[in-house]
Ligand binder design. Structure first.
Ligand code: FE2
Length: 320
């Protein structure tokens, strides 16, 4: 069976294909880069997706014939409404033209499923960190349950905003990670864990109001990253002890950060749990994870009619 997957929740438009007969994955994508000092402007990102869609589809169809595709999966949410609209539109177009069923996929679940596929984990404690989301998740029976999460912004958005605040031209996580390596810890910066949940906005406010000009950027970046990671690690450790899981999976865009990986590796090892993180190609948004998760859902008989192919910008992983 071959399932096509479309990802368009935020900065990346991606197409992927999962071939269940060979357990093989293919993907092609293009990411919108925000201009200096600017956050993601939904209209501009959606324009980008429309402009690159044709080229990406050409690449995909030069490798696979659409006539061999059995169903199409699309990232229905959570995400930016205008970007999701582009993915939904392409999905409707393909579904009508090739008369194939449509599978709605939750973007967060897709990060987790491809993470399990890539690492061979079966039932891990999941730490999901992306731009808009930061959640600690466990799977019970067939359902995902959020046991801890950010009470304000996602970790990726915290770092993007921090990058803009200190005037970086390209506030990508990898740039911040390089800076953090040269930084020293600033004492007395906020650290806020509330039970299994955590708060990041205070870190940003403190960094922009009290630290800029007083400390160098490397120290600021290192200290904000350190405390943000430590907050999540503390809550995850509590969740690990309570859930008695034997595996810890880190996934999502921010999972690429080595400092975060090391902190969680130590924490998991201390409790005798295996820690793993998928390759960067799967942590970054991509269409392959949508295709693969679409396959898993299709096997359960989950499809929707064309009239329901609409964005769900606030779709949580613990909702149907
Ligand atoms: Fe993502």
């Amino acid at each position: 069976m071959k399932i096509l997957g479309i990802e368009s929740t935020a900065h990346t438009l991606g197409f992927g294909l999962y071939d269940s007969d060979n357990d093989e994955i293919f993907q092609v994508k293009d990411m919108y880069k925000t201009p200096k000092g600017e956050g993601m402007v939904p209209r501009k990102v959606a324009d980008h997706h429309q402009q690159v869609a044709g080229r990406l589809i050409d690449i995909l169809t030069s490798k696979y014939s659409m006539k061999d595709v059995d169903a199409i999966a699309f990232s229905q949410g959570p995400g930016i409404g205008q970007c999701l609209q582009v993915g939904a539109f392409i999905t409707r177009l393909f579904a009508l033209k090739y008369k194939i069923p449509v599978i709605p996929v939750n973007h967060c679940q897709a990060h987790i499923e491809i993470g399990k596929w890539a690492t061979g984990m079966r039932n891990p404690l999941i730490i999901y960190v992306s731009g808009g989301n930061t959640q600690i998740i466990i799977q019970e029976d067939e359902e995902y349950r959020v046991v801890g999460e950010t009470l304000d912004i996602g970790m990726g958005n915290l770092f993007d905003a921090l990058g803009r605040e200190i005037g970086l031209e390209y506030a990508h996580g990898s740039v911040l990670e390089m800076m953090a390596k040269r930084g020293n810890y600033i004492p007395d910066i906020p650290y806020s864990v509330k039970g299994m949940n955590f708060v990041f906005a205070g870190l940003l406010t403190h960094a922009s109001k009290r630290m800029t000009g007083k400390y160098n950027n490397e120290d600021i970046v290192y200290s904000v990253m350190h405390n943000a990671f430590a907050e999540v690690a503390e809550a995850a450790e509590r969740a690990l002890c309570l859930s008695h899981k034997k595996e810890v999976l880190l996934c999502g865009g921010v999972a690429q950060n080595k400092m975060f990986q090391k902190m969680l590796y130590k924490m998991a090892g201390y409790h005798g749990a295996r820690f793993a993180v998928p390759d960067n190609e799967f942590n970054a948004d991509n269409g392959a994870m949508i295709a693969y998760t679409g396959y898993l859902r299709y096997e359960k008989g989950i499809t929707i009619p064309i009239s329901m192919v609409k964005p769900r910008p606030k779709w949580r992983i613990d909702q149907e």
